[in-house]
Design a protein around this ligand. Sequence first.
Ligand code: NCD
Length: 307
Amino acid sequence: MKLHHIIKAQQFNRSKLANLFTMAHEMKEVVQKGGSDILSQKVMATVFYEPSTRTRLSFESAMQKLGGEVISTENAREFSSAAKGETLEDTIRVIESYSDVIILRHYESGAAEKAAKVARVPIINAGDGSGQHPTQALLDLYTIKEELGKIDGISIAMVGDLANGRTVRSLSYLLAKYKNIKIYFVAPKVTRIKSDIKDYLKRHHTFFTEESNLKKIAPIVDIIYQTRIQKERFGKRVKDYKEACGKYIIDKSILKLMKKDAIIMHPLPRVDDIKKEVDSDPRAAYFRQAQNGLYIRMALLKLILIG
Ligand code: NCD
């Protein structure tokens, strides 16, 4: 299974996902054995126009654990030639002559698609504005499978900034590929899930409902997927931002309501949306989730650069 561009979650099907997860599992063993050199001579460029910790560093670590090299422009908005007025297309045309794969994070929805149109080397969308974040959704789904042992039949509450959160959007597309999924969208009024996602879920016969009471939903779901209110997407809408903040916080009182074998996920960074007191509960899966990002990204790089 060779992959090329990774732009949106919809491009994966169940068999590709199963294949990827098997390989991610193998990558965990590769890491435990000290890494490998299958990607030696290959160069990965990370081009990030928005802040990142996990996504950029896990991609860079993934490349290095497989013996490849990394070139990087963090804060590309200020430090790359974009600051001089260069178009994204021109920047990509230049970087592709230095690298075998480009990991791109951009503040505009649709930027990765735009880059892929001109690129000869594979482009991986590492987040495009409030569009999508497909590799995060892949590691999220992998985490669900690892933690709960299955994906079909799970019920999940997606909580927080569902209007701007690209991880929620990409994960919804992926979940629609599985059977008997139940999605509960729990969000403040100003950050409710957008209609394109709801339409997609309807078309794919995936059950979803919008709820406002997290306490009512917490006891019945297998996963609470919490998200940060995406301050940077509100611009001048300060009132809306303030209204969205602090509405849904995961703390001990929510833990008490949850099933014994349920889990809490979060793409991170958290702000005040999950209290620290939750971290020591075995159901807090978010740091394990972040670790899975390394294995999934190693698997993706192998599938893109070797097959
Ligand atoms: C997310 C993102 O950048 O979309 N972070 C991540 O990649 N793990 C979520 C967020 O920023 O809130």
